[in-house]
Design a protein around this ligand. Structure first.
Ligand code: NDP
Length: 268
């Protein structure tokens, strides 16, 4: 296994589970000291499999400042910030309240802004740094009942452009990974709404030209690339990790089935 991040200190927000946990593990595999900042229940802070778990609520400016101070006290530097913490609320525009909107914005967009704001001065002192945001393909195309979520993710993409431009002269790069459908708790609830889980999984797979949904480790691999010097001239980019789902123009289901049937015959 390579050690592309030896000597680096990385922060992963929302890294206690899901995509964030896979990112934290991948960065640690490559030699980084990784601090996960997450909500965490009482007594959950500590160390798990070499990863440091620390309490952080990205909606609270005071919590972010205390977290950053603590990381600097313990590790002396910060080289990589992964803004991963995120929530989703499935509601129609009629049901959605201003509080729902504000909560989504606070976690998904204001949080990444504040994390970057308090960590950039430290990266600037080092003369280098990499910020990787987790956006979403839902900034390009949207599931029903995700108006506010999509708006937060489009905001993350805008934030990425702004940070890349403003912090580039200080040697800090900023990019965003836009996951497609990734198997985590966040969207498992969606799949479980239907009684026939295997049917849903098969149909979801068919929406992706690669034939399946993605895993957290596949997002983590893209984050690693953007966090490492392997991507040293890449900044301000939105990189989809979605099995080409957003590249396929959808056909009516019946035509799609006929196309698949023909393809099976041709390749048999
Ligand atoms: P999960 O729900 O599995 O994990 C989200 C993590 O973020 C949890 O550990 C959660 O803590 C933490 N978190 C939530 N609110 C806060 C907060 N205020 N401060 C600190 N941490 C917080 O989600 P995923 O792993 O699926 O999603 C990770 C990111 O990827 C999100 O930004 C999401 O929008 C994005 N994404 C996911 C996709 C998918 O298909 N899964 C697709 C596209 C984008 P707790 O456990 O306490 O709730």
């Amino acid at each position: 296994m390579g050690k592309r991040l030896s000597g680096k200190v990385a922060i992963v927000t929302g890294g206690n589970r899901g995509i964030g946990r896979a990112i934290a593990e991948r960065l640690a595999d490559e030699g980084a000291a990784v601090v996960i900042g997450d909500l965490l229940g009482a007594g959950a802070a500590g160390t798990v499999e070499g990863l440091v778990l620390s309490q952080l609520d990205v909606t609270k400016e005071g919590s972010i400042r205390a977290f950053v101070d603590d990381v600097l006290k313990k590790f002396g530097r910060i080289d990589i910030l992964v803004n991963n913490a995120g929530i989703v609320i499935h509601k129609s525009i009629d049901e959605q309240t201003a509080d729902d909107w504000d909560r989504l914005m606070a976690v998904n967009l204001r949080g990444p802004f504040l994390m970057a704001k308090y960590i950039a001065p430290e990266m600037r002192r080092n003369g280098s740094g990499a910020i990787v945001n987790i956006g979403s393909v839902e900034a390009f195309m949207v599931n029903p009942w995700h108006t506010a979520y999509a708006a937060t993710k489009a905001g993350v993409h805008g934030l990425t452009l702004g940070l890349a431009v403003d912090l580039g002269p200080d040697g800090i790069r900023c990019n965003t990974v836009c996951p497609g459908w990734i198997d985590t708790d966040l969207n498992r609830a969606y799949v479980e709404m239907h009684p026939d889980r295997s049917l849903i999984e098969r149909e979801l797979g068919q929406l992706h030209p690669v034939g399946r949904i993605g895993s957290p480790s596949e997002v983590a691999n893209a984050v690693l690339w953007l966090a490492s010097e392997d991507s040293s001239f890449v900044s301000g980019e939105m990189i989809s990790v979605d099995g080409a789902r957003t590249k396929k123009i959808s056909l009516p289901a019946i035509l799609d089935e006929e196309y698949r049937a023909k393809l099976t015959t041709l390749t048999a």
